[in-house]
Ligand binder design. Sequence first.
Ligand SMILES: Cc1ncc(COP(=O)(O)O)c(C=O)c1O
Length: 398
Amino acid sequence: MQADFKKYQAQTSPHPLAMEISHANGSYIYDTNNKAYLDFVAGVSACPLGHNHPKVVKAIKKQLDSYMHVMVYGEYIQKPAVELTKLLSEHLPENLEKTYLTNSGTEAIEGALKLAKRATGRSEIIAANKAYHGNTMGAMSVMGFEERKQAFRPLLPDVKFIDFNNEAHLNKITTKTAGVILESIQGGAGFIEPTPNYLEKVKARCAQVGALLILDEIQPGIGRTGRLFGFENYNCVPDILVTGKGLGGGLPIGAFTASGKLMDLLQDNPKLGHITTFGGHPVIAASALATLKEITESNLIEETLEKEKLFRELLAHPLIKEVRGKGLMLAFLTPSAEITNALILKCEKLGLILFWLLFEPKAVRITPPLTISKDEIKEGCQIILGVLDEIQQTTTSK
Ligand SMILES: Cc1ncc(COP(=O)(O)O)c(C=O)c1O
């Protein structure tokens, strides 16, 4: 399997972790030698209820027995998609009422960018340096990391960049701007939270010049930061909200949500303003609906803040320079990329899954399932501290 994996399945990194998976359950993933790995990553923030949550599996199986794909997006009334979009709107402010379901986060970003252009009749998009919004051409155009996009130019014209949290840059948002796209917490950059009132000021500037604010909640959204949506922490309601990852409960999804008035623009001039075959797929929508219900009907969201506290208490070590983020969207920084690499690889050998962030090589990602128990948090942190002790001893004895 290892050889076939490298020969037939396209890779985008020379050193994939290449763990061969047998099955997964709760906070654990098992390899084909039946070795258990405690999961502090949750498929990169995509499995909020852990692995194979019984309510999610039940909803998927029930839907499989009824029907799978029957028609392209939006033509037929399919209960799972209708109930999911309704439930989302019940948990969102009034202006975020209507949702378009896509196949991935990056596609939802494409839809949001198109909607901003269509609604304003303008073409300029403003994004943030070090932002990550996905990997298709439009989403990559608003990624604030030149090194990873240079080879794919030309990308979208009329994209300008500002520094996240720099209020002096807000005057770059003008009457030429269709939309401003920001993550509510910058992920790839190193889990950077907005400074107090920053997002509020961005929104005010957008309103002043008639631009739309798009908040990308693909990572912070769906309960990870102590609120169902990250923006609720920062007193700023976007014009267009983009979600994905955790919403699918382990199946692929993306979504963009706006007012009925904005969304209805996708119906004409031109009609079919965004189309997809599989978006709103009934099995995926059933999984997302069961996930969203469980997250909103349980105490999981409030518990993320207690769990964050526990992580912050436990992750005290001379090689941990800083712990960033909110709730269960946390990252800690070691003094160097080499230490971070050694830590992540050694922890995997010891049965703990950690991972990197895209653009901050010193950071270690901690985004476990929201369902992780306090004992599991203690177990994983013990492993981290033990490995850091070892690394410290070998570096000081050199
Ligand atoms: C903030 C953010 N936006 C967009 C995306 C793209 O989502 P997807 O990988 O589902 O296309 C990601 C994925 O990592 C993300 O973290």
